[in-house]
Design a protein around this ligand. Structure first.
Ligand SMILES: [Zn+2]
Length: 101
């Protein structure tokens, strides 16, 4: 995906952050040698209301937060690492539809 092909939602999320909403929270336990519970908690999925990106992470029964991973929609990821100048242009592009005339 080229910079100019990003959707407006992707541009806004990249500029100002995602709008996370809870989607699923599934209880599970990791067994140690099939007997005792080594870890228990929830597999949590959040979905961005804007771009549709998914965020997955574990949350233990005591509230410890696991390292998240993300699944991005097809119109979100660039085929190169974003440059500082592109990041600036992205922020301007994000507000462009909202500029008062
Ligand atoms: Zn988003």
């Amino acid at each position: 995906m080229k910079f100019k092909d990003l959707s407006q939602q992707s541009v806004e999320c990249r500029s100002f952050g995602h709008m996370w909403r809870p989607y699923t929270a599934q209880y599970f336990e990791e067994k140690l040698e099939g007997v005792r519970s080594k870890w228990r908690g929830y597999k949590v999925t959040l979905v961005c209301k804007g771009c549709g990106c998914n965020k997955h992470f574990k949350l233990s029964h005591t509230g410890d937060y696991g390292h998240p991973y993300y699944r991005y929609p097809t119109n979100y990821k660039l085929d190169h690492r974003i440059t500082p100048d592109e990041r600036k242009a992205l922020k301007l592009a994000a507000i462009e539809p909202w500029i008062s005339k």
